[in-house]
Write a protein that binds this ligand. Structure first.
Ligand SMILES: [Zn+2]
Length: 309
């Protein structure tokens, strides 16, 4: 029954995404939603070729050596999802991806938190209690959109604080789960560092915090880690059912997938990982290698080239 409701949610998400594209093109180019049950290993999103493609964060890392992000938390959620804790999780998620990207680029990529009205925004994190797709009754845990405001594209990651169609019937701030870890309380930052260095999965943290695996896997940090992977140009590549296969073919570039059949485990496959698997690292490495020539992103097409196709 639970599995059925999750699949149903996915399907509605896709319908809503298509509707949004029709209404708002060219402002919103791609939407992706996730849950704890589905999605597969590395594959590249389509249309990554320019600054105005869907590898906005990779482009910023290559060409500007810097990623500017902002956090916006709805007033109704400020207590449970404090900006400070979401900011720490965002910076850690970015740091894991950028460690890989920087090693390919051979230069450091700086991360700065800016105001959401900044003209140099690369990544906007938005938490609010609502359906993520306007005009739809569907809720997703998290979704990634690509926005063009003026001449500057940026990635918008939305997390629905009222999401209830996952196995844990809600979404928690990962900070609250960390607060459960005892007997010696650890900081959020320490918990994320440890999870990465020990290659922990949701079950490991669930045991430490005495909460169900699904609660951990559906919390803000793995959602951010997954969605930021989309911002670097990676797609969901789940291929197990007809609905999944349809999305796989629609959103992934079939010339750039690690496999068209069985794929290894990864954060882009399931919200189970608190580190980047070899497959995640390979996927983002291949994005950068595809497009960097003499230290710059290859041949940006004209602005009006970008569309919903
Ligand atoms: Zn996804």
């Amino acid at each position: 029954m639970l599995e059925k409701s999750v699949k149903s949610a996915f399907y509605k998400c896709k319908v809503s995404a298509a509707t949004t594209l029709i209404l708002l093109t060219p402002v919103i180019v791609v939407i992706c939603c996730i849950n704890a049950k589905t999605a597969n290993a590395w594959g590249h999103l389509k249309h990554l070729e320019s600054e105005f493609g869907q590898a906005t964060l990779s482009y910023a890392a290559v060409n500007r050596h810097q990623i500017n992000y902002c956090i916006e938390v709805d007033a109704r959620n400020e207590q449970e999802f404090s900006e400070q804790s979401i900011s720490e999780q965002t910076e850690m998620a970015l740091a894991l991806w950028l460690k890989v990207v920087s090693s390919v680029l051979n230069h450091i990529v700086a991360v700065h938190r800016v105001d959401c009205t900044s003209s140099n925004l690369d990544l906007e994190i938005n938490l609010a209690p609502r359906a993520l797709f306007d005009g739809s009754d569907l809720l997703c845990e998290g979704a990634t959109r690509y926005l063009l405001r003026g001449a500057k594209p940026h990635v918008l990651i939305q997390i629905d604080t009222y999401y209830k169609f996952n196995a844990s019937d809600t979404i928690h701030n990962f900070k609250q789960i960390v607060d459960n870890i005892g007997p010696t309380r650890v900081s959020l930052h320490e918990a994320m560092e440890t999870a990465n260095s020990l290659k922990q999965q949701a079950g490991d943290i669930g045991i430490e915090a005495n909460v169900n695996d699904d609660v951990v896997a559906s919390s803000t940090y793995p959602v951010l880690l997954h969605e930021i992977g989309h911002g670097f140009g990676l797609c969901d590549t789940d291929n197990d059912s007809d609905i999944d296969h349809e999305r796989f073919v629609q959103t992934c570039d079939m010339a750039y997938v690690s496999s068209k059949e069985m794929q290894p485990e990864s954060i882009m496959k399931r919200l189970n990982f608190f580190y980047l698997t070899d497959d995640d690292q390979q996927g983002v490495t291949e994005v950068v290698k595809r497009f960097i020539i003499f230290g710059k992103w290859r041949v940006p097409p004209p602005l009006n080239h970008r569309s919903s196709k």
